[in-house]
Ligand binder design. Structure first.
Ligand code: PLP
Length: 379
């Protein structure tokens, strides 16, 4: 047994100034959406080159609201990847549209753009691309496909705050771009999300959808003209978000350093020797939200991932898995999806593991993880 403390695969790191800022909000007499939310939205908007940004209480409802603003509903098809958090596909069903999947690329583990284009039909209205682990897609090709077929894009950039494509921040360009501030994300506000929009008009509609469709005017004027919900972020959450967001550059830089150290420690012969697959070695564009290996199948027929996770845990190292293929979950099987439809996603979804990666981790921690991985995968 390991003598060192258990190393989780992810851990939120909240500094004392942020904790104090939350205390200030709690003492202020205004604990729901207010000045902190406005300040957070203003900072995010500046970060994304001045584009309109609105915050919400999750990164899931941000995508649902984007689909509603785009007018997507019953009879429409939306294409996404089978390897994401189930939220990505659920929001399509939530607005009454049909979820369509396209298989992933085995190297990037993101949606395969050739297969995406092949899945387009006359009913396709939108694409929800996902940047798994923070690794962007080929954005030129993605937007080229959308333009050619007249499709909206709702980028599920939940994992990609701080990532970029050819020097442009994810969120600073494109159509709708959705981020999550859930507890495990690079920047958290405990729970929350934000949506980057294209115009003041879309931002106004987003405000309605997040609060019961309400428009206020004068001292006591109130009207409702669209069916909205209750998706507003609180000032408590925004205070956490502001404190976290101030560290975005340092957080991203440290994660890239950790990722680089992972590659150094695994060494050039790791894949050939152990049969596991490393992620693409991108140290300029990805924000390294996750560091993911695809494990080899086991010769003895035992389930490779469960066995690996159990042995790593015994060595004091936490391992996550992101994600099981969405199309094989019961809700989606009921809609006609089954094994064999997306073979790459099915293999990756069965064998992918997320190794520890968070902003207070040290390079010593990385060395400990790599030693454990090699010990566990040793024949
Ligand atoms: C975290 C995450 C979401 C959902 O965000 P919440 O804030 O938990 O609603 C959606 N998609 C991906 C890829 C995520 O990682």
């Amino acid at each position: 047994m390991s003598q060192q403390p258990f190393l989780p695969f992810s851990k939120p790191v909240i500094d004392e100034a942020t904790i104090a800022a939350v205390g200030d909000v709690l003492r202020s007499g205004w604990i729901t959406s207010g000045p902190k939310v406005q300040a957070f939205e203003a900072q995010l908007s500046e970060y994304f080159g001045g584009r309109p940004v609105r915050t919400f209480n999750s990164g899931t409802c941000t995508m649902e609201i984007a689909l509603r603003i785009a007018g997507i509903g019953a009879g429409d098809e939306v294409i996404t990847t089978p390897i994401s958090w189930v939220a990505t596909a659920n929001v399509i069903l939530e607005v009454g549209a049909t979820s369509v999947f396209a298989d992933i690329d085995p190297i990037t583990r993101n949606i395969d753009l050739d297969r995406l284009e092949a899945a387009i039909t006359p009913r396709t209205k939108a694409i929800i691309p996902v940047y798994l682990a923070g690794l962007p897609l080929d954005m030129d090709r993605l937007y080229g496909i959308a333009r050619k077929h007249g499709l909206r894009i709702v980028e599920d950039a939940a994992q990609a705050l701080g990532s970029s494509w050819k020097g442009q921040r994810i969120g600073a360009t494109g159509d709708f771009v959705s981020f999550s501030f859930q507890a495990n994300k690079n920047v958290t506000c405990s729970e929350g999300g934000c949506l980057v929009l294209n115009s003041a008009q879309e931002a106004r509609l987003a405000e309605k959808y997040r609060l019961q469709g309400v428009t206020r005017s004068g001292f006591d004027g109130l009207d409702v003209d669209v069916l909205g919900g209750k998706f507003n972020m609180t000032d408590i959450a925004a205070a956490i978000g502001l404190g976290q967001f101030a560290g975005i550059e340092a957080i991203t830089a440290h994660r890239r350093l950790l990722a680089h150290h992972y590659f150094e420690c695994f060494g050039r012969d790791f894949e050939a020797r152990y049969g596991a697959q490393l992620p693409p070695a991108d140290f300029t564009q990805s924000n390294w939200h996750l560091f993911q290996l695809v494990l080899p199948e086991r010769a003895d027929g035992k389930p490779a991932r469960a066995t690996f996770m159990e042995k790593m845990q015994a060595l004091g190292v936490g391992v996550g898995y992101h994600y099981p293929p969405i199309h094989l979950l019961s809700l989606y099987r009921e809609r006609g999806f089954k094994e064999g439809m997306f073979p790459v996603a099915e293999r990756v979804g069965r064998l992918i593991v997320s190794l520890p990666m968070f902003s207070s981790m040290s390079t010593d921690d990385v060395e400990r993880v790599v030693a454990a991985v090699k010990a566990v995968l040793q024949k």
